[in-house]
Unconditional design. Structure first.
Length: 354
């Protein structure tokens, strides 16, 4: 862990793309100085597991060298672990935490975490942050990931001639990118990706837990392609042009994807109910924020808002950072950089989100 770095860029690594954001602080403003993205060939990364480390390392080096903006001189990097391989949740420990027993917190977490993960504590790395302490208990935010996954990402980044300052859980980066530094109300962040969709419950200025949802950009494209007998490129174009807008393409996409939308709605409802039932001290969900490339799917915010009877908005990953006029990055394109922005912002904060 570290204080303010000033010089470290954010690197988002996913199955299909790698993205970079570099920034610096000028006065009170956070300014983007560099950004870039490259597609990751099939089977280099599969479901978060690095299959071809040498290929990925070369891609990362190419990404750094070819960024928009001035040459990146620092080798310091803050990167991300795959959401499907990580765990983050608020846990309650049956012990008061103070300066006298702070060294024993890790042991207490190891005893509790076995009730939440199907692996041995010896097989994971974990980090924690104290949220609240009472006379007989304490709440801690715990992030964990398998050792083999963490070690593989560290190895690739080091082979890319980079110095790793942190490997972060994706939900933390998303929260930092989309929310104000002190956000007490309860919100849901939904990150629509090409491979998977992640849902984060955020309340009382911290992440409460995350879940994966059974919908992704690729699955939507596949459904369109199969139903309309189109190839992948045609289906992707139809998805972008039509979206879920009932007035476009005769509402064809809405009809085709109604089952997927209904399933997504039910999964969100179940998650909200789970939070209400198992986190009785939590606030009522006040808003849902959408991000990721899939958030550009036309009218998805309006359809979900109607189904869930909740305010829903498309997130703005540039809300806590500024883009100079000499760099061009549309708000729609920026949605794909949400995680990378959050990672880059970490280097400019005195305290860590997680």
């Amino acid at each position: 862990m570290f204080g303010r770095l000033q010089q470290a860029f954010g690197l988002d690594i996913s199955d299909q793309a790698i993205r970079l954001i570099n920034c610096r602080k000028i006065g009170k403003k956070n300014i983007i100085t560099n950004f870039n993205e490259l597609a990751v060939p099939a089977n280099v990364i599969n479901n978060g597991e690095i299959i071809e480390p040498q290929t990925l390392s070369k891609l990362i080096q190419q990404l750094v060298k070819s960024t928009a903006g001035p040459k990146i001189k620092t080798k310091n990097v803050i990167s991300v672990l795959p959401e499907t391989k990580t765990f983050i949740k608020v846990l309650t420990l049956n012990a008061a935490i103070d300066k006298k027993n702070i060294d024993h917190v890790a042991a207490l977490i190891e005893k509790e975490i076995v009730n939440h993960l199907p692996v041995s504590p010896d097989e994971i790395y974990f980090d924690w942050q104290l949220l609240e302490t009472k006379s007989d208990s304490a709440k801690v935010l715990v992030g964990a990931a398998p050792r083999n996954i963490v070690d593989s990402y560290l190895s690739v980044l080091e082979k890319s001639d980079l110095t790793v300052y942190a490997l972060e859980i994706e939900a933390a980066a998303l929260s930092r990118s989309l929310l104000a530094e002190k956000e007490e109300s309860a919100k849901i962040l939904i990150d629509f990706g090409a491979i998977r969709t992640g849902l984060t419950i955020y309340d009382k200025n911290t992440i409460q837990f995350t879940v994966s949802l059974p919908i992704s950009g690729n699955k939507i494209t596949e459904t369109i392609a199969q139903t309309l007998q189109l190839d992948s490129a045609q289906a992707e174009k139809a998805k972008i042009v039509c979206g879920l807008d009932p007035e476009k393409c005769e509402g064809a996409m809405l009809k085709i994807l109604m089952d997927a939308v209904t399933n997504l709605t039910e999964q969100i409802k179940k998650t909200i109910l789970f939070y209400k039932t198992n986190f009785p001290e939590g606030n009522i969900i006040s808003e849902i924020i959408l991000c990721g490339g899939g958030a550009n799917f036309s009218k998805i915010d309006e359809i979900l808002s109607k189904n869930l009877n909740l305010p829903i908005k498309i997130g703005n990953p540039l809300s806590n950072i500024s883009l100079p006029k000499k760099l061009s990055l549309s708000r729609e394109k920026a949605l794909s950089y949400t995680t990378a922005v959050g990672l880059a912002l970490k280097s400019l904060q005195k305290q860590n989100f997680v």
